[in-house]
Design a protein around this ligand. Structure first.
Ligand SMILES: NC(=O)c1ccc[n+]([C@@H]2O[C@H](COP(=O)([O-])OP(=O)(O)OC[C@H]3O[C@@H](n4cnc5c(N)ncnc54)[C@H](O)[C@@H]3O)[C@@H](O)[C@H]2O)c1
Length: 220
C-alpha cells in the first residue's frame, strides 16, 4: 500500500516519475511474501507487525485486520495494509481474494476470561466462530502456515505445579471452552489435511460452509 499523498499541483509532481515510482513499489510489494495478522491493533498483533516491518520488511508485506473493538488504531504501523473488519460478520474472504496470503497469525480474540460466563454468545462468536471463519479461508486459499494463539485457560485450574502443553485440557469458563474448541478444530483439520490426506474429498467439500464437522462426511 502506498502511503502519503501526491498532488498534481505540487511543483515537484511529474506524472511519468510518479508512474515509474508506483510501478517499482507495486513490483516490490508483489514479490514479497504476504503475512496476514488478525487483531493487528491489539498488543501482540501490533508488536508482531512492527517487528516484521522493522526486521523483515524487504521480504514480507504485512496485511492486518481488526474491528477496533479493542486494541488501538494508533498501534497499527502505517506500513500495514489495514482492513477494518469484524471477523464474525464481515466478508473476510475479500482480504484473501485481494492478496495472495502466505502466512496467517490469528491473534484477534475477545480475551475476557472472568467476564466470559456473562457474555457467552459474544465470547463464542468472537473466539470460536471468528477462528472457524479464518481457518476456512486458510484452507480455501492454501495458506502455508496458520499460527493460532490459545491460552492457559484451556487447562482450567491445572494439575498443580507448572502448566505444560501435555496436561489434560479442562477449561472452567466459556473463554477456555472456546479456545479449546479452536484448538480441537485446528488439530482435526491438521489430521485430515496432513496425517490422513486421503480422508477428505476436497472437490466435494462445500468451502462456503463454516461447519468443520462436515469434514467428517468425507472420511473414506
Ligand atoms: N496478552 C496475553 O497475555 C495473552 C495470554 C494468553 C493468550 N493470549 C491470546 O493472544 C491473542 C492476542 O492477545 P492480545 O493481548 O494481543 O489481545 P488484545 O485484546 O490486545 O488484541 C485483540 C485484538 O483483536 C481484535 N478483535 C477482537 N474481536 C475481533 C473481531 N471479531 N474481529 C476483528 N478483530 C477483533 C480487537 O479489536 C483487538 O485489537 C488473543 O487470542 C489472546 O487470547 C494473549
Amino acid at each position: 500500500m502506498v502511503h502519503g499523498t501526491i498532488s498534481e499541483k505540487s511543483p515537484t509532481f511529474k506524472l511519468e516519475n510518479y508512474k515509474k515510482r508506483s510501478n517499482i513499489i507495486m513490483k516490490e510489494v508483489k514479490n514479497k511474501k504476504k503475512v496476514l495478522i488478525t487483531g493487528v491493533a491489539g498488543l501482540l498483533g501490533s508488536r508482531l507487525a512492527d517487528w516484521i516491518i522493522e526486521n523483515k520488511g524487504d521480504e514480507y508485506q504485512v496485511i492486518g485486520v481488526d474491528d477496533l473493538s479493542g486494541g488501538f488504531e494508533e498501534n497499527i504501523n502505517p506500513k500495514v495494509n489495514f482492513w477494518q473488519m469484524d471477523l464474525v460478520n464481515h466478508p473476510i474472504e475479500n482480504i484473501f481474494e485481494s492478496h495472495k496470503i502466505d502466512y496467517v497469525y490469528h491473534f484477534a480474540a475477545y480475551a475476557a476470561e472472568g467476564l466470559s460466563p456473562f457474555i457467552r454468545t459474544h465470547n463464542y462468536q468472537n473466539n470460536l466462530v471468528a477462528t472457524s471463519r479464518i481457518v476456512t479461508q486458510c484452507i480455501k486459499h492454501d495458506i502455508k502456515r496458520l499460527v493460532f494463539t490459545s491460552t492457559m485457560a484451556v487447562y482450567g485450574h491445572g494439575e498443580g505445579g507448572i502448566f505444560h502443553e501435555d496436561m489434560r485440557r479442562n477449561p472452567i469458563d466459556p473463554y477456555g471452552v472456546a479456545k479449546m474448541g479452536c484448538e480441537r478444530d485446528i488439530e482435526m483439520l491438521y489430521a485430515h489435511l496432513f496425517l490422513y490426506p486421503n480422508s477428505i474429498d476436497v472437490e466435494e467439500y462445500n468451502w462456503d460452509s463454516n461447519e468443520f464437522t462436515k469434514l467428517n462426511y468425507y472420511v473414506k
